[in-house]
Design a protein around this ligand. Structure first.
Ligand SMILES: Cc1ncc(COP(=O)(O)O)c(C=O)c1O
Length: 460
């Protein structure tokens, strides 16, 4: 047997001889010498581990255990708990009043029609299903929007919201080297992962004010103003995750003013269109307002929540450009990024979306079901507020619960208080104090109110 020899060394990233040249906003990528075949190799890398090992030691010995995902890990812990009153308010997935997963009736119908048509399962083009790309841009910007008529939108079907954000992050990394993405504090847990993995530098802008459990609007504006010119400002199009706190239409106007003044690029993550208010148009108002000002905009869409297509991984990345030529170039580069990552996206969910939006009866049905889902969440929100207000005799103002929108409520509970929610009350939630009201029923509101009041007053 070979002597036990384990040598771990951080591999020195290969010397990058690539250079980026930015000329009047246009970027040329060029490489010399060794890296000719890969123009995107950069000096940054995860510390790669190289090992020489004895034959009875795994080649993967040097790989450490990754921490559980802070959101998806909550469901795993929930499953392991057999308490009868347990509640899973961690993951943002819609549940019925009986707390069961829900497949929209309109999706079942569209599915049946697809089966009857007997379409083939050949590869989609890299950019996805043409009929899907058309309707997804129209849903977001409005079918009559001049940017669509003028072919100024580069739309590429992505692997739901996450995959679409990841494509945009890769585009930023390649074509805006060193540019920063500003994300809200707090934000959806995966944003930081996405930009870290794409090696895009990011920093935070103030968003949540713990004193009011509301928006820190002044802090937000000041931080966006202070960011280096030409930064990407990541904005939640509606139903901010995790806080449920959205700017008012007037505040959106001021945000757009500052972004324009600083020549920043607005980058929308819109994962809840139609699911927040029940109206596709109302929830897209922020994005459309920026576009109407003539701004170039990036927008990542998801059909996980509004059509309940979570596992189908259906979404899109849209880049609104100043000219159709720029849009065509951007689209070609998005395809170039997608090809080595996953080659081409899934077809089934894309056909479901295209068929529902393209059929007026199904589209109407979808809108009604979205209203129903948004309505159930609003009812639960009101019942939770009523329960908190009537049970808590301390005089605390719980009205912030009613001011929030979408599937989440940010309770303002700290980590120790969240631990109490889980350990004592079997309420599973993320440690930032967020609860998903989509996982709550009217029947469970009083129990949840008891848990929140106890955690708030009895744990510091
Ligand atoms: C703000 C935000 N963006 C994006 C996503 C992406 O979800 P998916 O990848 O399922 O479309 C989510 C899902 O929870 C989200 O809350």
């Amino acid at each position: 047997m070979a002597s036990t020899l384990l040598s771990l060394a951080s591999a020195t990233p290969s010397a990058s001889l690539c250079f980026h040249e930015i000329n009047k906003g246009k970027l040329n990528l060029g490489c010399i010498n060794k890296e000719k075949t890969n123009p995107f190799i950069k000096a940054k890398s995860f510390g790669r581990v190289s090992m020489v090992v004895a034959s009875n030691v795994s080649h993967f010995e040097g790989i450490t255990m990754a921490p559980p995902d802070p959101i998806l890990g909550v469901s795993e812990a929930f499953k392991a708990d057999d308490h009868e009153l347990k509640l899973n308010l961690g993951v943002g997935a819609y549940r019925t009043e009986e707390l069961q997963p829900y497949v929209l009736d309109v999706v079942k119908k569209a599915d049946k029609l697809l089966l009857e048509k007997g379409e083939n399962l050949e590869y989609l083009p890299i950019e996805g299903l043409a009929a899907f790309n058309k309707v997804t841009a129209e849903l977001l910007f409005g079918a009559d929007n001049p940017v669509i008529k003028q072919q100024r939108v580069a739309t590429v079907q992505g692997l739901s919201g996450t995959g679409s954000l990841r494509l945009a992050a890769a585009l930023i990394e390649r074509y805006f080297p060193g540019a920063k993405v500003l994300i809200s504090s707090p934000t959806w847990g995966n944003h930081k992962n996405i930009f870290n993995d794409a090696r895009v530098p990011w920093s935070e802008y103030r968003y949540y004010d713990p004193k009011t459990v509301g928006l820190d609007f002044e802090g937000m504006i000041a931080d966006i103003k202070a960011a280096p010119e030409g930064s990407f400002i990541l904005l939640h199009g509606c139903a901010h995750n995790p806080t449920g706190i959205d700017p008012t239409p007037e505040q959106w106007g001021v945000i757009a003013d500052v972004i324009q003044e600083k020549n920043h690029i607005p980058f929308f993550d819109i994962a809840y269109q139609g699911f927040a208010s029940g109206s596709l148009d109302t929830d897209a108002a922020s994005v459309r307002m920026f576009v109407a000002r003539g701004m170039e905009v990036i927008a990542a869409q998801s059909y996980s929540k509004n059509l309940g297509l979570y596992a189908e991984r259906i979404g899109a990345i849209n880049v609104v450009c100043s000219s159709p030529e720029a849009a065509a170039r951007v689209k070609s580069q998005l395809k170039r990024i997608a090809r080595p990552m996953y080659s081409n996206p899934p077809v089934h969910g894309a056909r479901i979306v295209a068929n529902i939006v393209g059929d007026s009866a199904l589209f109407k049905e979808w809108n009604a079901e979205m209203e129903m889902m948004a309505g159930r969440i609003k009812n639960v929100r009101h019942k939770l507020f009523d329960s908190l207000s009537s049970k808590d005799k301390s005089g605390k103002d719980w009205s912030f619960v009613l001011k929030q929108i979408g599937m989440f409520s940010f309770t303002g509970l700290n980590k120790a208080q969240c631990d109490n929610m889980t350990n004592k009350w079997h309420v599973y939630m993320t440690k930032d104090g967020r609860i998903s009201l989509a996982g709550l029923s009217l029947a469970k509101c009083e129990y949840l109110a008891d848990a929140i009041i106890d955690s708030y007053h009895n744990v510091s």
